[in-house]
Design a protein around this ligand. Structure first.
Ligand SMILES: Cc1ncc(COP(=O)(O)O)c(C=O)c1O
Length: 396
């Protein structure tokens, strides 16, 4: 089947669109101190996609809609088999269907894991600059402990093992949240990196939670190795989801994998059941979604190439590195030598393009670095950079 990713869907006005990204750029503006933005903004912030999910999934959800009864729903055995099948097939990672614990979303999962496996006041380590786990940690009364990644100056990041060892040696720090692939840096950690991190954590009694929700979205030539496959199940919990892979984040279906018998959750502490739409989406995605994900990855590679080429030609001073995983490009505008306010004004207000600034990610060079999610039709992504380049052309 041919899949179409070029169609522009109006997520701001169309009936049935409740898009957080397109309808609520206000939180970005508040964070950056912007009073008003143009009506015709292009939103490349928030890691979701502007593509319809796989037609195979839509077909099954239509079938469910026609069934017409949406009562309390149980996870069937076929759901667990679908999850196991996907990871065995796509990532050569096998685990038992009994190792799967459903949570309504990954944040909910991580917040619950933090609550369950750590004590109030303890520290949870995060390799930063990182996507927002602050709430999951701090709202539970735990301490968010940063171990900064090493930036080579061109926005390529590696792990500072000495700093990690020091943080793990502190007996108050009892958990690490690994973001693998790493958002926003786009790193897909190698086997050696994963093994070294696991070794440091386990020697110091630090429980590993590996958030792998971006693991199906990989740039060409990259291979993803699940941390549990690389390092074994001992003192390690993995978070997987259909949210990013299939643009189904709104269904909030996260599958946590726990294969270490010493860690088994007796109860996930949940009060609600998954919706039948979520259950069906997981089954359909993981049994019928392979070809769509392969086509998606090819399309995103094309977006990354097109935008990187455009930036090299029209924003030549901007600094960036090619992502290994995910669909975001991080662009450092500091070589332009403009003030923070000027950079923000040119991109967000004058060009009308909404990105995520470094402030969002543990203050990664503040308002000079901006993350663009290239998970929109190519023409939209390029239009955004055309608008930005126009605003920087006086200082090339
Ligand atoms: C690494 C990572 N984990 C978790 C989430 C949120 O997942 P969920 O929508 O399932 O809570 C995101 C969203 O951007 C993310 O990038």
């Amino acid at each position: 089947m041919d899949y179409i990713f070029d169609e522009i869907i109006d997520r701001k006005h169309e009936k049935y669109s409740y898009s957080f990204k397109w309808k609520s750029p206000d939180y970005v503006c508040d964070q950056l101190g912007i009073e008003s933005i143009p009506e015709n903004t292009i939103c490349l912030e928030t890691a979701d996609m502007d593509f319809r999910t796989a037609p195979e999934i839509i077909e099954d959800l239509k079938g469910l809609t026609e069934h017409g009864i949406f009562g309390y729903s149980l996870i069937p055995e076929s759901y667990r088999e679908a999850v196991c099948g996907w990871y065995a097939r796509r990532q050569d990672w096998t685990f038992s269907p009994d190792d799967i614990f459903y949570f309504p979303g990954t944040h909910e999962a991580i917040a619950q894991l933090v609550k369950h496996y750590t004590k109030t006041g303890e520290g949870v380590i995060v390799l930063t600059p990182c996507y927002g786990y602050h709430g999951d940690v701090e709202k539970n009364g735990r301490e968010y402990v940063e171990v900064r990644l090493i930036n080579d100056g061109k926005e390529y990041f590696t792990i500072d093992y000495d700093a990690l060892e020091n943080a793990c040696k502190d007996p108050n720090n009892t958990m690490i949240i690994m973001c693998h692939p790493h958002n926003p840096t786009g790193r897909v950690f190698t086997h050696e990196e994963l093994v070294k991190v696991a070794d440091i954590c386990r020697r110091n009694g630090v429980l590993i939670v590996s958030d792998e929700v971006h693991s199906d979205i990989l740039r060409k030539g990259q291979e993803f190795e699940p941390m549990m496959k690389a390092c074994g199940p001992e003192k390690l919990i993995a978070c997987t989801a259909i949210n990013k892979t299939f643009n189904l984040a709104g269904l909030a279906m996260t599958n946590v994998v726990i294969s270490d018998p010493d860690l088994k959750l007796q109860s996930a502490g949940l009060y609600s059941m998954p919706s039948p739409f979520g259950i069906q989406a997981v089954i359909s995605a993981y049994t019928r979604g392979d070809a769509w994900v392969d086509a998606l990855n090819e399309y995103i590679d094309g977006n990354i190439d097109a935008c990187m080429n455009y930036i090299a030609e029209h924003l030549p001073k901007a600094s960036l590195s090619r992502p290994e995983g995910g669909y975001s490009l991080n662009i450092d505008f500091s070589p332009y030598g403009l003030s923070d306010e000027e950079v923000v004004d040119r991109i967000y207000v004058k060009a009308g393009v909404i990105l995520n600034s470094g402030l969002f990610f543990d203050d990664w060079r503040g308002k000079q670095v901006h993350r663009a999610c290239l998970s929109s039709p190519r023409s939209v992504c390029l239009k955004a950079f055309e608008r930005i380049a126009e605003e920087f052309k006086d200082c090339q």
